[in-house]
Design a protein around this ligand. Sequence first.
Ligand SMILES: C[S@@+](CC[C@H](N)C(=O)[O-])C[C@H]1O[C@@H](n2cnc3c(N)ncnc32)[C@H](O)[C@@H]1O
Length: 296
Amino acid sequence: MTEQPYTHVPVLADEVVGLLATEKKGTYVDATLGMGGHTARLLDALPTEANVLGIDWDPEMAGVAARNLGKYGDRVKVVQGNFANIDEITAREGIRSVSGALFDLGISSLHFDKPSRGFSIKHDGPLDMRINPDNPLTAYTIINQWPYEQIEHLIRVCGERRSGRITKAVLEARRARPLETTAELAALISRVAPARGEKVHPATKTFLALRVAVNYEFDNLTRGIQKIMPLLKPGARLGIITFHSLEDRIVKETFRLMAKMGGWELVTRKPVAPSEAEIAANKRSRSAKLRVIEKL
Ligand SMILES: C[S@@+](CC[C@H](N)C(=O)[O-])C[C@H]1O[C@@H](n2cnc3c(N)ncnc32)[C@H](O)[C@@H]1O
């Protein structure tokens, strides 16, 4: 299949700029730079003294962002790294405090649309799913080497009610030969756990579970929040956009705990969701939720 040029429309971009850009001349952190959409919107909204440190774990994505954001010159510094190490990254860049930070979680359209990255149910590719290709764990390893109990548990906690049936089928299939591709896995799941009127593909939750495990997504999120907290200046805000209920629950509970501890105030008591117009223009935004907290 020919791979085309990739675009990514930043979700809730007006809301991010409106809620996070509280200081005109500050340094902001975009912890999930992607193709640079939110960073561009922030830089456009702020005077030229404001700048952004943009981080992405995926070296390919960091390269795309650096190209897309070239016109902003030294107002933006692009770094490849894991936001779970945001304290080390900012220290290396000589940044001791920041005026705001954004985490727009998950993966970008490039990841979904590029078959070779192995995230897509729609396009056939290798069972990979690594955001950072240096990561030792792949979806292939989980599917072909993990024991029954671990796979079943993983996909069950990610909301798949037919986890037992799916895992059994995976183990049966791999006894004959390893499962190699996303299409093979998606077809197997469709066969043993066909859709029962749902609009989404029956393999959706299994694919999400694999991606979350391969990239330690929940662990990174918890560590990322812990590490950014001391870096935010008083009055600075942290905004997190989530795309599924498991990560939203982590953000909701962590923010509530922070507010209870003192020194933090919830800016959004309920998460901000995209408007109908945004969902109509960008289907990917439909499950987005933005929560914002401010350091007092
Ligand atoms: C939803 S996209 C961000 C899109 C971006 N806001 C834009 O406007 O283009 C999420 C990005 O976060 C990156 N990412 C995921 N986990 C990460 C981590 N632990 N550390 C740094 N970047 C991460 C992914 O590679 C992906 O590019």
